[in-house]
Design a protein around this ligand. Sequence first.
Ligand code: NAP
Length: 323
Amino acid sequence: MNANPGDIREVAIIGSGPAGLTAAIYTARASLEPLVIEGEPSSTGDQPGGQLMLTTEVENFPGFPDGIMGPELMMNCRAQAERFGAVLRTEKVSRVDLSARPFGIWVQNPDADQPTYLAKSIIISTGAKALMLDLENEQRLIGRGVSTCATCDGFFFRDVDIAVVGGGDSAMEEAIFLTKFARSVTIVHRREELRASQIMQDRARANPKIKFLWNTVVTDVLGDSSMTGLVVENVHTGDKSTLDVSGLFVAIGHRPNTDLFKGQLEMKDNGYLITRSPGTQTNVEGVFACGDVQDETYRQAITAAGSGCAAAMDAERWLESQH
Ligand code: NAP
């Protein structure tokens, strides 16, 4: 479907995690009928609803004293946005043109002459995705033992030994969750100090199914049709050995999803979008950014939601100023 030149949206929101959906709720309640291009699931970890769709229990989102499952929280946000008139499309943006207003947004064929959608303002909430170890066999064995999502794949690792790479909160969370299924979980960490918060460290250390392999990196993933083990190396001694595990969960951090905006929006060297403080305005007037795509510090669902609210209010005020 191509954009009808007469059909220019007031606001288009790219991305549908806590930031995008909060922006959708706020702009919808402001009668701006936002178009939310929520993304499509992909093998590289893209996910409508964002990273919370790959999470288990969220215990720190205010308002849920007993916790809530990440996917349920996002489905609730989605329903709330739709209730006020947001239009959600399960599509992936392939190109944007921010050089002239109204802005052009393409889905599917990025080479098409005409954009699929036109919008007076855009809120970018494309989030971040999981980093990988960049090993050849890691890529080859994704879905056949290698995963970045314990919630999605943990079920397939009943009563077997598996490994988690990383020393942050994600690694602890994944490891703890995976003990529901696996016989043992070995956390492979390149240092001997964890980066994770104390409470998550304590939970992991107290779990009898979790072991730690310190000062160690994974140098290869073994297996033909499915994973059979890892080659690991001690970073101090250089000694290599094989770890007999049939699953590897990679939990080493994230990268912002900003490739679409390269050359059009200001971003830091590590790809995070730069916004004008205070506020969510990017270097292009009428384009706002919120959530993990511009936040390398806090990266929490609640801070993403808060910045989604701010972006919606900034967009609304900016549109008002244009009329
Ligand atoms: P992170 O805090 O950046 O931790 C990444 C970990 O992976 C670090 O321990 C790092 O090692 C290791 N690492 C990075 N690159 C590596 C490589 N190439 N090979 C081996 N190891 C590598 O990322 P995160 O755990 O995804 O957490 C991100 C943010 O989300 C944090 O602010 C975290 O608090 C938050 N979070 C919170 C919760 C929760 O509260 N329930 C859950 C998940 C995430 P070094 O330590 O040596 O750098």
